[in-house]
Design a protein around this ligand. Structure first.
Ligand code: ACO
Length: 323
């Protein structure tokens, strides 16, 4: 049976580093509070001249190089983002042009907030398995700091910018084994950006364009939901938790990650944690963490990886992948 194998990974973080100490100058917070509650010690902030498409492009370019594949050989581009540069064209179509990917290929963006990469992977996996694409580029890229209120200490300490990408290829060997995508729109009041262009520009005068979050309530639902989805995923694949080699979770908060690892009885040295260095990069966080652990040699070919994510919507999702 055909499956979608990951044949290349790439990631990119913007140059500008903002530390917790820097944020102490901005809002009433402390390095200690941020580290203890979130595990974050610094984040990257996109440059004035940069845009989200740049983060996506560099990450995708690196994934193509890692796989040794040229743009001509890509049939599908899915970019997960909630901070696109334009209403349209999609970041995926811009990426197609910028990377010289074959004209006529399929390209679109996915909006599922922090779960966006898992959604993109799940969609691309279905394309590849059903013969709709031979090779698919799945990118998560976010300029989250563009939608942060830097006076709101409840959110500005949490997020950062970045991009990550994987290239999938149809193969007869196992690759993506199972993906699970969920949403529950009733939770919107806990995590949302009030304004979008559908409301008209006049509404921007009365509505905020920044992230609003009731962090404590988000935290509780996230922990419960992620521990549930781990069971759902392992059951679907008929895999025992002892078989998982690496947990590659969405990087939002070290305490949420630890709770999921505990559910799996997985020692933290089998969990890829990069949140400390870049904060919550939303849809970019899983491919950044994956690429980091692939390039530093922790993740090896043939190992079993579990990805999981939770975010605005609420949305949540998971994937079990034979790397
Ligand atoms: N610095 C110092 N104090 C702060 C800060 C800050 N940056 N932010 C909040 N506080 C204060 C609060 O005002 C509160 O003070 P009070 O007790 O005097 O009222 C106190 O710290 C505790 O606040 P809580 O919200 O209860 O703190 P909590 O332990 O829940 O940590 C946090 C807050 C880090 C936001 C946590 O709830 C969290 O990580 N939630 C998940 C949010 C998240 O990750 N969202 C991203 C999208 S969803 C996802 O990706 C999983």
């Amino acid at each position: 049976m055909t499956s979608a194998r990951i044949i290349g990974t790439g990631s990119y973080l913007p140059q500008r580093v903002v530390t917790n100490r820097d944020l102490e100058q901005q809002v009433e917070t402390s390095d200690q509070w941020i580290r203890e509650r979130t595990g974050i010690y610094e984040r990257r902030v996109i440059g004035e001249e940069e845009c989200c498409g740049d983060l996506a492009r560099i990450a995708a370019q690196r994934a193509l190089e890692a796989a040794g594949i040229s743009g001509d050989d890509v049939d599908l581009i899915v970019v997960a983002t909630c901070t696109p540069d334009r209403v349209f064209p999609s970041l995926a179509s811009s990426l197609q042009r910028d990377l010289g990917i074959r004209p006529g290929a399929t390209a679109f963006d996915v909006s599922a907030a922090c779960s966006g990469f898992i959604y993109g992977l799940g969609i691309a996996d279905r394309f590849v398995r059903t013969g709709g694409a031979e090779r698919a580029l799945v990118v998560g890229a976010e300029a989250m700091t563009r939608i942060l209120d830097w006076d709101d200490r409840g959110t500005c300490v949490l997020f950062g910018d970045g991009g990550g990408a994987v290239l999938l290829e149809a193969a007869e060997r196992p690759g993506v084994l199972t993906t699970h995508l969920h949403s529950d729109g009733r939770y919107e009041p806990l995590l949302y950006v009030p304004w979008g262009p559908g409301q008209g520009y006049a509404a921007l005068g009365t509505q905020s364009g920044y992230i609003h979050m009731r962090g404590n309530e988000v935290f509780k639902v996230a922990v419960n939901t992620l521990t549930r989805i781990v069971e759902e995923t392992l059951d679907a694949a008929q895999v025992d938790k002892t078989e998982v080699d690496w947990l590659v979770p969405h990087q939002a908060n070290i305490r949420i990650i630890q709770a999921t690892a505990k559910k799996l009885d997985l020692h933290m040295d089998r969990v890829v944690v990069t949140v400390g260095e870049h904060g919550n990069t939303s849809a970019a966080s899983i491919p950044i963490a994956l690429d980091t652990a692939v390039r530093d040699g922790r993740i090896q070919r043939g190992e079993l990886l579990l990805f999981e994510a939770f975010g605005g919507g609420f949305t949540w999702g998971s994937a079990l992948v034979r790397y």
